[in-house]
Design a protein around this ligand. Structure first.
Ligand SMILES: Cc1ncc(C[n+]2csc(CCOP(=O)(O)OP(=O)(O)O)c2C)c(N)n1
Ligand SMILES: [Mg+2]
Length: 589
């Protein structure tokens, strides 16, 4: 053992090695020795957060923006702090985001005292297992560092799991362990690769090749590639882009993988998200006779109202392929893409489908803002340097159709969908982005109320996201899910409990010292945008008053007629969720 080196230093050096340059932190006496003694003197900057929920979302946004092999991290105190971070860690687990949660824990002495004499130390719930057991369920590795001898092995194991699984990990660091001596790091940490079975890989490639190669009789006439979220999470964007270009096949993305490549690409047809997609994209998916889905996740919010057609779709994900009745195990997505590129598939000599261009709408600057008009208007401010983010709200629909030219330029949490995510995630995105990029995030008023003080952190560190709070005074999506007919009937009341207290969100600027604007008309929005874009030194909150709470984005209106049918068929209890048309037709007769 080398006597010059400590556990605290070991953890800092490994985090730095994995690209961490900012650590989101809420102080606590159990973490102070590590933060003060090791993080402060290091090249990792501490970003003091307002609460653990925001810290978790900021670390998530940071890790997403860093991309391949990048990580995010937060440091909190035992139970009282850590349990507040359970929600963002669960979100990172579901959405495969590599976040390291460092939890400062009471010393061995305090632990034994509590367990064996009953003398409790602050934050203890029921002894050494509580936090560890909670996080075991929602992390790819959960370790408790209570021995300097085991520390290097446990830290390396947890961090390797983090970059391999692209999922959060939990490191519980006892306060009295950080200064104890341990070995120095050996070598660099690298992610473990998914292993392919050579024979099954070859058979899987042949199966898909026969559908794509125009020389083969069974080949598809109108194939389509569906680029999914794993292409982003496992850093396969460049390989996927080359495959698309080499084969000359059009592609769509998911909401989860929106803008994984620049949406300026001629092969890009749009985001496919079931009934929320544009008519042209739905038509294209319908007419296509073979879909190669690369790393696609099937979730209700990412396939709204559409049962996937498994007969014509080959799903290649992480380490398996499923196509009709064919199942191939141990086929890594990376090896599959590489293998297909090398398989000599004949390039398609075909004109790419021409999709209708957006625009053509007319807005008067004096008009009051509605949900759709807002998105039509805001599209003109998005450049190839703009990063877009959406919270779980009607903004999913609005942002889905915005053209995002920056590759990896769209952020949302549309599988886990915890409201209040995007505004604090913007803190992390801003810290990790390129200097010439600008972050614009869109949240509902209900979501913003959950994590509103993120602007304090952003102001403190001179970050300049533009945060649009769509102030419609209602948890609109919840009403939309429960019964969307209410939106087209001006007399129908919202369900009990769905009204959001109307706040003066723009005045948050006075509270924390940033910029704030309250806009009701397109003209006011235009002025606010000019000012906010010029403000480079602090966040800008733009409170967008949508006076009519019944106003929703156009691509969400389809559900009204489905729910109306269900109503007519007197199935009121079924008016819930993301209605699947075939079921609805059967049920509604
Ligand atoms: C943490 C959390 N609590 C509750 C929900 C349930 N939920 C989903 S969408 C939504 C309403 C969002 O309302 P708002 O932010 O005002 O956006 P709008 O739908 O009005 O555009 C709620 C409460 C959730 N997804 N996450
Ligand atoms: Mg709302």
């Amino acid at each position: 053992m080398n006597n010059e080196y400590t556990v605290g230093q070991y953890l800092v050096d490994r985090l730095y090695e994995l690209g961490l340059r900012h650590l989101f932190s809420i102080p606590g006496d159990y973490t102070l020795d590590w933060v003060d003694g090791y993080v402060v003197p290091s090249k990792i900057e501490i970003i003091s957060e307002v609460n653990e929920l925001n810290a978790g979302y900021a670390a998530d946004g940071y890790a997403r923006q860093k991309g391949q092999y990048g990580i995010g991290a937060l440091c909190v105190t035992y139970s009282a702090g850590a349990l507040s971070a359970a929600n963002p860690i669960a979100g990172a687990y579901v959405e495969r985001v590599p976040v390291v949660l460092i939890n400062g824990a009471p010393s061995i002495k305090r632990t034994l005292e509590f367990e064996q004499t009953g003398l409790s130390a602050h934050h203890f719930i029921s002894g050494r297992q509580t936090d560890l057991q909670v996080f075991e369920y929602i992390t790819a590795a959960a370790v408790r560092i209570d021995s300097p001898h085991l520390a290097p092995m446990l830290i390396d194991y947890a961090l390797t799991q983090c970059i391999t699984e692209r999922r959060p990990v939990y490191i519980e660091l006892l306060e009295d362990i950080v200064d104890l001596k341990c070995d120095r790091p050996k070598g660099n940490l690298t992610p473990a690769k998914a292993i392919s079975d050579a024979k099954i890989l070859e058979k899987s490639i042949d199966t898909v090749k026969s559908k794509l190669d125009s020389a083969k009789p069974e080949s598809a006439k109108s194939p389509l590639i569906w680029l999914g979220v794993e292409v982003d999470r496992f850093g396969l964007e460049k390989q996927a882009e080359s495959l698309i270009k080499e084969l000359n096949i059009p592609y769509v993305t998911q909401l989860m993988s929106k803008a994984v490549l620049s949406e300026n690409d001629p092969h890009f047809m749009g985001v496919f998200d079931g009934m929320a997609s544009s008519d042209a994209v739905q038509d294209l998916v319908n007419k296509s006779d073979f879909i190669l889905a690369l790393g696609v996740w099937l979730t209700d919010i990412n396939t709204v109202g559409w049962p996937p057609d498994i007969d014509k779709t080959a799903f290649v994900s992480l380490d398996t392929i499923k196509f009709g009745t064919y199942f191939g195990a141990q086929v890594s997505l990376e090896d599959f893409i590489a293998g297909l590129r090398a398989a000599g598939v004949r390039r398609r000599d075909q004109a790419l489908p021409q999709m209708p261009k957006g625009g053509g709408f007319k807005l008067n600057l004096g008009d009051k803002i509605n949900y759709q008009g807002f998105y039509d208007f805001i599209s003109r401010y998005i450049t190839d340097k703009t990063i877009i983010g959406s919270d779980a709200s009607m903004n999913y629909f609005g942002t889905l159709l915005l053209k995002v030219e920056a590759a990896r330029g769209y952020f949302a949490q549309p599988s886990y969908s915890s409201i209040g995510y995007i505004a604090p995630a913007a803190t992390g995105i801003c810290l990790a982005k390129d200097a010439d990029q600008r972050v614009m995030v869109f949240t509902g008023d209900g979501g913003y109320q959950m994590t509103a003080l993120c602007v304090a952190t952003q102001t403190r560190y001179g970050l300049n996201p533009i945060i649009f709070v769509i102030d419609n005074g209602v948890f609109a999506v919840e009403q939309w899910l429960a019964d969307a007919t209410v939106f087209s009937n001006s007399n129908a009341p919202f369900k009990e409990g769905l009204r959001v207290h109307r706040c003066f969100y723009s005045k948050m600027a006075d509270v924390v010292g940033c910029k704030g604007y309250r806009v009701e008309t397109f003209g006011e929005l235009e002025n606010a945008m000019t000012d906010a874009l010029a403000n480079r030194s602090s966040p800008s909150i733009i409170q967008v008053v949508v006076d009519d709470p019944k106003s929703i984005p156009k691509n969400a209106e389809w559900k009204e007629s489905i729910d109306a049918k269900l109503r007519a068929a007197s199935h009121p209890t079924k008016i819930r969720g993301l209605g699947i048309p075939t079921t609805v037709n059967e049920e509604a007769g």
